[in-house]
Design a protein around this ligand. Structure first.
Ligand SMILES: *Cc1c(COP(=O)(O)O)cnc(C)c1O
Length: 370
């Protein structure tokens, strides 16, 4: 069997190639590559998909978080609560704005922020909570929102892995004051390069960010505020518009593949969390847990099966965050997960036979080594 990657985007491109070629030809003939109709249309369609009023296209998911925090007025001396088991882009923007990330541990049943630990992390300086819907599993937004409301805190959802994930029939990204999405190629909705989106129901925030992402320019050469050059490329918007139409179908395929994995791996490894009713995940990643994870990863690699680790080092132990003063042992659940999690290949075009092959090798390895 041919090598199996963690994510393979080639087949998906073949399916959409004609539509994408046409859209790109149109843009090249128009000679207009910044903002314009394609970006506006995608923004409207993605807002409507998320069932929120506004979407602003930006240059990346990292920028979506940065501009959201900036627009909320986060700055020096403020504290922002989030989790240590996420991609570093959840917290780098906090540091860029001179604010301080404060970590709380995760719930071992959901792998998401543990709402019961939130209140002890809140103080006078706390301004916002960033729940991350990690792997596309919705965080417990009902409990988180109750606490945020009680303490007057903003909620910025890091929905960079949660396109189309739902909680009680409501899409992730529609719960907080504002939410950040990434359209990095490997995300469930991915561009052909970097891209990001901010969604919100708050008109003032939306208007502010629309100016902010365009170098603070409300009208040409009239700058009303400090800003960023962080626009979603016209070309990327056109591609995303085409792909958005397939997102629900692709997510459904991912869920089906996850079920197939579950069947084959039952009783062999710790399967992805079984969620309460009302939760619908998008399986951005299919993550199992095993002891001796690194050895299994190496074995599968030798069989041409490329897995991933999301993420091997919790953020409180990463070099640029050492100055915060956290130490090993501070977040035992996130630290344990970092040693055990293994992301198996997952993308909508993955075949059942490939999953069978992957699981056969996991079984083989575990038989010999457990
Ligand atoms: C991908 C991702 C980001 C950053 O998005 P980019 O588009 O790569 O900048 C932020 N947070 C999480 C959880 C992500 O998975």
């Amino acid at each position: 069997m041919r090598n199996i990657s963690l994510v393979d985007l080639t087949e998906q491109h073949l399916i959409l190639k004609n539509k994408i070629d046409q859209a790109l030809n149109k843009i090249f003939s128009s000679g207009t590559f910044i903002l314009g109709q394609e970006v506006e249309q995608f923004e409207q369609e993605f807002a409507s998909y998320c069932d929120v009023k506004y979407c602003i296209g930006v240059a990346s998911g990292s920028d979506a978080i940065l501009l959201s925090l900036h627009a909320l007025g986060i700055g020096s001396g403020d504290e922002i609560i989030t989790v240590p088991n996420t991609f570093i882009s959840t917290v780098l923007p906090i540091l860029s704005l001179g604010a301080k990330p404060v970590f709380v541990d995760i719930d071992p049943k959901t792998y998401q922020i543990d709402p019961s630990l939130l209140e002890q992390a809140i103080n006078q300086k706390t301004k916002a909570i960033i729940p991350v819907h990690l792997y596309g599993i919705p965080a417990q937004m009902d409990l988180i929102m109750k606490i945020a409301k009680k303490h007057g805190l903003y909620i910025l959802e890091d929905a960079c892995q949660a396109h189309g994930s739902m909680l009680e029939n409501k899409k992730c990204g529609g719960f907080g004051d504002i939410a950040a999405f990434s359209f990095y190629p490997g995300k469930n909705l991915g561009a052909a390069g970097d891209g990001g989106g901010i969604v919100t129901n708050n008109k003032k925030l939306a208007e502010k960010i629309r100016v902010m992402r365009n170098i603070g320019q409300a009208k040409k050469y009239k700058h009303d505020m400090l800003g960023y050059n962080s626009r979603l490329d016209t070309i990327q918007a056109a591609i995303l518009k085409i792909k958005l139409k397939n997102l629900d179908q692709w997510n459904a395929k991912r869920r089906k593949l996850a079920n197939t994995y579950n069947k084959f791996l039952k009783d062999l490894v710790i399967l992805p969390p079984k969620l309460d009713t009302g939760y619908l995940e998008n399986f951005h990643l299919y993550v199992i847990r095993v002891s001796k994870r690194n050895n299994l990863l190496g074995y599968l690699y030798s069989k041409g099966i490329k897995c991933g680790i999301h993420y091997p080092i919790p953020l409180h132990l990463q070099k640029p965050l050492k100055f915060l003063g956290y130490k090993r042992g501070d977040f035992p659940i996130a630290e344990k997960m970092a040693k055990e999690v293994l992301s198996l290949p997952m993308y909508p075009e993955l075949k059942k036979e490939q999953i069978e092959y992957i699981c056969k090798h996991i079984k083989k390895y575990l038989r010999v080594h457990e």
